[in-house]
Design a protein around this ligand. Sequence first.
Ligand code: PNS
Length: 161
Amino acid sequence: MNRIAVFPGSFDPITVGHEDLIRRAAACFDRLHVAVLINPAKPGWISREQRVALIRKVCADLPNVQVDLWTGLLADYVQALGGAVVVRGLRDAADYLSEARMAELNRRLNPKLETVFLLTRPEVAFVSSSAVREIAVFGGDVDPLIPPAIRSDIQSIISQQ
Ligand code: PNS
């Protein structure tokens, strides 16, 4: 059986929390598509193409991971793949509330779509892309929140802003 999964997100930018989930999900499925999608509720910080390039660098050693860019609905992306399980991370109860709503909306858009959840490791449960963006704006140290493979890329992105 070819088990395909999608790990969707805005990844603006990818964090150590995302990396942990990607590695764990990649170990559970035959193929994992990391999909950069648009979250209309979040303002863009770095370009979508840059986000894809950074994720590709972080996942360079994972042969069963592919990174895609999709500008439509997640449900349509899953359909275009011919079906896949959606993987999302849960950090806390607040995440549960919004994720449960999103999973149900996606199921209504594509009744075959299943969402499964991985609990975020406690060591990285405080991490978010929005925290990275905020710390960067005020000149703080974002390195602990950023995957080691792309720390220098993020530093040069910040220095160009
Ligand atoms: O990393 P995020 O911002 O929590 O990821 C949210 C994301 C991008 C996965 C979500 O906003 C999304 O799926 N966007 C694409 C549009 C869509 O399908 N929305 C779900 C139905 S409301």
